[in-house]
Design a protein around this ligand. Structure first.
Ligand code: SF4
Ligand code: SF4
Length: 97
């Protein structure tokens, strides 16, 4: 399943997309430990798979929370340059901005 977490406001749109089918094959769950702002949580979904999602208290704050990583890593939209996308072994995470 493709899950989108985030929001839009007057300055743009800020979404993290996670392909939970890929998470179901993941053994490391390194996204959660790689993120310095605790954006990701690891949980069991409706199919009893262990998957990543975006913490509920982070979903409306992504622009703010990710600002330091984005500034240090050139944005990371297409490349796997952010701590979270670099740590993910399956390429399950995409950022929209
Ligand atoms: S590291 Fe990637 S595949 Fe593994 S749980 Fe995190 S987002 Fe999913
Ligand atoms: S860009 Fe940085 S703060 Fe944002 S989710 Fe990825 S690792 Fe966490």
């Amino acid at each position: 399943m493709i899950a989108n977490y985030g929001y839009e406001d007057g300055s743009g749109f800020y979404y993290i997309t996670i392909d939970s089918d890929r998470c179901a094959t993941c053994e490391s769950h390194d996204c959660a430990t790689a993120c310095p702002r605790d954006v990701y949580v690891i949980e069991i979904d409706d199919y009893d798979d262990v998957v990543a999602s975006v913490a509920s208290d982070a979903r409306k704050r992504l622009r703010e929370l990710c600002a330091v990583c984005k500034a240090q890593n050139g944005g990371g939209i297409e490349g796997r340059l952010l701590p979270c996308t670099s740590a993910c072994p399956t390429g399950a995470i995409r950022h929209s901005w």
